[in-house]
Design a protein around this ligand. Sequence first.
Ligand SMILES: O=C(O)CCC(=O)C(=O)O
Ligand SMILES: [Fe+2]
Length: 276
Amino acid sequence: MNPPRFLDFDAAALPAHGGAYADIHAGRLTGAVVRNALPPDLVARAVAALTNSTAWTSPNRGMRGGEIRTIGDAATPTFTFLRGPPEEVYAQSAAAHAERTASVFGDADEAMTQVRGLLSGLAGGRPAAPPAFDEQHTWPAFNFRALDPGEQIFTHHDNHFGLGVYRHLDPAFDRGTLVSFFFTLQAPVSGGELIVYAAKGDDPDVPRLPTRFLDTAAIEANYPAARITLGAGDLVIFDAGRQVHRVGPVGGDRPRLTFGGFSTLATDGSRLAFWG
Ligand SMILES: O=C(O)CCC(=O)C(=O)O
Ligand SMILES: [Fe+2]
């Protein structure tokens, strides 16, 4: 079993890593961390807006220790929508994306330009954009997440193409894996690290509890892991579709703030799609 392998480099070195995305997508590399990927003033503006925002929702309300707050619906299962958001709910979130992004960053274009440029750079200059959702809208590019002290993201892998909302994803895009990306806006005082295991989510031997949830203690004991500590402005992308991972409990007195989503390549390799 190969231990997870991550590249870790400063944004200034991005031009030397144009093969990273394709390596992750193909399963040759677990992931990449791009340090200082976002301008500090863009990050500071977002933290101030998110700290004061009244737009937060709690899609996992009632999940003890896993009550992530979000702005913008995620195309994933939640306690509220076990099979992912209904298409009309997600379509509304898509319609509101530009306004939502502007209200967080002060300007929707600057953040979008940064995200597109970074993902495109990791993919050797392939165009990177949210794909069409319906005739009027593209998929939302990302959503915002807060983990309050004591909360975590439990062990999972992100294989969401079976959810109903993915009927809207152009079949020209590859569904063999799904590559997660997220930016840290506010690091927690302690904890909140990303832990990626050598375990694959579709492996029938991966330890599970009688409830069928992944058995974190057994996975922790039996598989090598990469533990990744992220600072404000850092980007991480990784093979979340295949590799089992989690976010450790947040310590200290301030929330961990991130924004991100998922991505894949066109089957013909020509472009990259990302959505939140
Ligand atoms: O910390 C986050 O924002 C999400 C972590 C995660 O599970 C993912 O990116 O797939
Ligand atoms: Fe994930």
